[in-house]
Unconditional design. Structure first.
Length: 64
C-alpha cells in the first residue's frame, strides 16, 4: 500500500505523486489539518470553508 499525502496540491490531474502511487495495489490518500497553519494571522474562517469544499471535491474525484 502506498500513502499519498495531499499537502498543498489538492488536484488529481497532472499530479506526479498520485500517478506513481496509483500504479500500486492500493493507495491511501491523506490530508493532515495542520494546527500551525490556522494560527497564522492572515488565515480566516473563509480559508477553512474553502479548504473543506476542496477536500470534499477531492474525495469525490478519488472515489471515481
Amino acid at each position: 500500500m502506498d500513502i499519498l499525502w495531499f499537502k498543498h496540491d489538492l488536484r488529481i490531474c497532472n499530479h506526479a505523486a498520485l500517478t506513481c502511487a496509483s500504479q500500486s495495489d492500493a493507495v491511501l490518500p491523506i490530508y493532515i489539518l495542520e494546527p500551525e497553519l490556522w494560527k497564522q494571522p492572515n488565515i480566516s474562517k473563509r480559508h477553512y470553508i474553502f479548504l473543506n469544499e476542496c477536500l470534499q471535491r477531492l474525495d469525490e474525484e478519488l472515489k471515481k
